[in-house]
Design a protein around this ligand. Structure first.
Ligand code: ADP
Length: 212
């Protein structure tokens, strides 16, 4: 298969866990600049696929390319620096930190310089507040993350992903367990951010109407 352009692609990617083949020779190209979907029932390998692409686990075989370069086998921070951000099926947030602190930690884990500097960076704090406004939870800035609804936690996680300024955003089950009003907000955000140039790859275990 020819590897062209900026697309994120996998060729014959396979991952086995003992006797279970979680991803079986997946050859997929996601279009750069579009909203892409990966749909399949629970247990069909969507999360494993994401974990392989983002470097969290190593595929047994195959190739993963992004913007014409092989990213397979690279560590997660290198893949994040290449421009791919992701969320998790079960939100990854720090429940006892405030909403704002969560975003400042999110950026520190993707930028070593910020991690080393210790003190709070006013520009980064303003950027975090900007994303909180954008996802619609700025009024909850000082609330501990554990007190947010599940949908609000998903929005917080998305804001954390956006803090890393990725050009491609992989969302694992963004609508899973979220009430319809917040699904609508996430879908609107995805459409707006896509219009601003961000590529999306989202998983779902069924078709979600509001993504249409
Ligand atoms: P999906 O995201 O589509 O629900 P998963 O990627 O989570 O699917 O799982 C695909 C298959 O791989 C399932 O059978 C699951 O039990 C298995 N699996 C996933 N992760 C592991 C793991 N770390 N160890 C063993 N089996 C796993």
């Amino acid at each position: 298969m020819q590897i062209t352009g900026d697309n994120l692609s996998t060729v014959e990617m396979t991952k086995r866990f003992g006797g279970v083949t979680a991803v079986n020779g997946a050859t997929v190209t996601f279009q750069h600049g579009k909203v892409n979907g990966l749909i399949g029932p629970n247990g069909s390998g969507k999360t494993t696929f994401f974990n392989c692409v983002t470097g969290m686990i190593k595929p047994d075989s195959g190739v993963v390319t992004y913007r014409g370069r092989t990213i397979m086998g690279k560590p997660p921070h290198t893949i994040a620096r290449a421009g791919i951000g992701r969320s998790f099926q079960l939100c990854r947030i720090f429940p006892r930190m405030t909403v704002l602190e969560n975003l400042l930690v999110a950026v520190r884990t993707t930028r070593l310089s910020a991690l080393m500097s210790g003190s709070r960076n006013p520009a980064e704090t303003e950027r975090a507040r900007g994303w909180l406004r954008r996802v619609g939870i700025d009024h909850l800035e000082h609330t501990e993350a554990r007190n947010l609804s599940y949908g609000q936690q998903k929005l917080l996680e998305l804001a954390g992903v956006l803090m890393g300024d990725p050009e491609t955003i992989m969302l694992d089950e963004p609508a899973g367990g979220v009430n319809p009003a917040l699904i609508g907000r996430i879908a609107t955000l995805v459409r707006e951010l896509n219009a601003e140039g961000k590529t999306f790859i989202g998983t779902a275990h069924g078709l979600v109407d509001s993504w249409g």
